[in-house]
Design a protein around this ligand. Structure first.
Ligand SMILES: *[C@@H]1O[C@H](CO)[C@@H](O)[C@H](O)[C@H]1NC(C)=O
Ligand SMILES: *[C@@H]1O[C@H](CO)[C@@H](O)[C@H](O)[C@H]1NC(C)=O
Ligand SMILES: *[C@@H]1O[C@H](CO)[C@@H](O)[C@H](O)[C@H]1NC(C)=O
Length: 438
């Protein structure tokens, strides 16, 4: 009996699950390289986002893989011991997102009702007429929106954004082959922010909760800037932003590139992760600006851009903790850039890291810090304090007419700017007025 008792006790011990940390709602619970908790707190399930990111989401949305292990009761009596064990593994279930089944809108007129009532939305080949917006601004919490087919926009002479996104912990994604086509050529005139009215930003994100995700979008030919990002808690990944058609002149652009001021991202948001993104455009690849904090951009590929940028920084704002990592900048005007507006006051830019950045064919400045932006070049002003900016392993080439380095700090307004393993070559006429950087 002693032995049998022990067996029962051992079996009971296996029934009591070991105490392992459970991830909280919206926390990460898996992905390549993830070493934290892989199970989620009650009421949430761990859902695959991509190979690098799984997340604890409420309920049982989307496709879940459920592993159910049932161990039947063990009974033990003076005369007999019955031990049976039943194991059921890997039940793959596809369920509707929490809150309902998939709602598909294929006409702009259906969008407001699906946004108001559904948490799993498919936008199928939506043709947004000129003068209307694709308004996803009031998404219900934890809504998934999937772009499918081609999304198009009609021309209208105005400056409003064409896609609005806002909500709490949303997931914007795309079906395979989906394209969001901004109809840029209808607005392009070579003058960007100037010239004829055009939607200043193509896509405006106003709020994101603490853990929203925008991924897998292919966006082409936007009228002016692409994204403007506000709010907190946003991951953007696996995006392909292709404005390369705007490199060619058109009948209005006087021989210049038809697209202008075509920033990929204007980021004023906090707690933002950009990763695995390609931008082919005619202005900043990313511009991290007023109020931004805790922004990391990694594995960016910037083609034809004005670089990985902070700014332009105007008056009375802060930008703190920005990292550009493991990225490539090809053939644009600048590589790594900080620009503060001439005469701006009361602002700080702090704790910036550019690390493992490969430059090639840059036409103006490989690394640039300019405190005379939008003013007289070479006459920097000191009302914006720049502190702790590290360039680590920034390497590559600039064109022969370009500068490898251009550092133009105001009097006493830069501190803690360091180069480590930095080697940019090919240019001439470097100019640095901070320490002995170049
Ligand atoms: C969208 O719906 C509107 C109003 O119901 C209709 O007039 C229009 O033809 C529809 N558009 C398409 C592309 O189906
Ligand atoms: C950045 O994150 C840290 C740690 O979570 C937080 O204390 C800080 O307030 C954040 N900064 C900004 C600008 O949001
Ligand atoms: C330096 O950056 C390049 C990418 O530009 C990367 O391939 C290389 O591994 C980095 N070197 C070190 C020592 O991290």
């Amino acid at each position: 009996m002693g032995l049998k008792k022990l067996t029962s006790a051992a079996l009971l011990a296996t029934l009591a699950a070991p105490v392992i940390a459970q991830q909280s709602i919206y926390g990460q619970c898996g992905g390549i390289g993830w070493t934290g908790p892989t199970s989620c707190v009650s009421g949430t399930t761990c859902q695959y986002g991509n190979d690098y990111y799984s997340q604890c989401l409420p309920g049982g949305a989307a496709t879940t893989t459920t592993k159910t292990t049932t161990k039947a009761t063990t009974t033990s009596t003076k005369t007999t011991t019955t031990s049976s064990k039943t194991t059921t593994t890997s039940t793959k279930t596809t369920t509707a997102a929490a809150g309902g089944t998939t709602c598909t809108a294929s006409n702009i007129s259906q969008v407001s009702s699906v946004v108001a009532s559904c948490t799993n939305i498919v936008l199928s080949n939506i043709a947004v007429p000129g003068g209307q917006q694709l308004n996803l601004n009031s998404l219900k919490a934890s809504t998934t929106v999937t772009f499918s087919g081609t999304t198009t926009f009609g021309y209208y002479s105005w400056t409003s954004p064409l896609i609005l996104i806002g909500g709490t912990d949303f997931h914007i994604t795309a079906a395979s082959g989906a394209i969001i086509d901004g109809n840029g050529p209808a607005w392009w005139d070579g003058q960007g922010d100037g010239g004829q009215p055009k939607p200043g930003h193509f896509i405006q994100v106003t709020s994101a909760g603490t853990k929203s995700l925008i991924e897998k979008l292919t966006i082409k030919n936007y009228p002016n800037h692409c994204f403007t990002l506000g709010g907190t808690g946003l991951t953007l990944q696996n995006l392909n932003i292709d404005n390369s058609a705007g490199n060619a002149a058109n009948s209005l652009s006087g021989g210049k590139a038809a697209a202008h001021n075509s920033d990929g991202f204007n980021c004023k948001a906090k707690n933002v992760l950009f990763q695995d993104i390609t931008v082919n455009n005619q202005d900043d690849c990313i511009a991290v600006s007023s109020g931004a904090g805790n922004v990391t951009a990694q594995r960016m590929t910037c083609i034809g851009s004005h670089g990985l940028s902070i700014g332009s920084v105007g008056s009375s704002t802060t930008i703190d903790n920005v990292k550009f990592l493991d990225s490539t900048v090809k053939g644009g005007e600048n590589g790594c850039r900080i620009k503060t507006v001439s005469g701006a006051t009361g602002s700080t830019v702090s704790n910036v890291l550019f690390q493992n950045i490969a430059l090639s064919g840059i036409t103006d400045d490989g690394i640039i810090i300019d405190q005379a932006y939008d003013g007289t070049e070479g006459q920097p002003t000191n009302g914006v304090k720049i502190t702790n900016v590290q360039f680590v392993n920034v390497t590559g080439t600039v064109a022969s007419g370009a500068k490898d380095y251009y550092i133009s700090c105001g009097s006493g307004s830069c501190s803690g700017i360091t180069f480590s393993g930095v080697k940019v070559t090919g240019g001439k006429g470097d100019s640095c007025n901070y320490g002995s950087l170049c």
